[in-house]
Design a protein. Sequence first.
Length: 158
Amino acid sequence: MEAGAFDERAFYAAIARSGARALLIGRRAMAALGAPMGTYDYDFWLHPDDIDLFNEAVEPFDLVPNRTAAEARAVGRYVLENDERVDVLVARQVSTVDGVPVRLDDLLGRAHRFEVAEGAVLAVPRVSDLIATKQFAARAKDLEDIRLLLALRQEIGE
């Protein structure tokens, strides 16, 4: 793909059609839920068994992984890059900074589903679950995002 030609809808549809257990998280997920957010990268939480499915799905977008699947499983994350950046968390479960376990399968079971193309549905966490993902690192920007998410949760009544 040429620079500037990235088709976000096609990107999401490719992931949705791949069969990978993938959850859009981060600020793109916040924007999908209605928060006025801007960001340059994409963040996904991916089941460890689905790395190859996910990577194959995004291969047409010339996204190159910085680690092998085995390395990503061992480290718990990897990055896909070209003109776009996709941060991928790889784990069945992650704990918040307070030690609260958050399971990917639970979040996927409760997720909002958005049709991004005919027959292609992208999973986005519920607001409360997205707040939990922001508590994995609880950096200053995550705490600000949590404040915005709490206001959004009140606004949409979730």
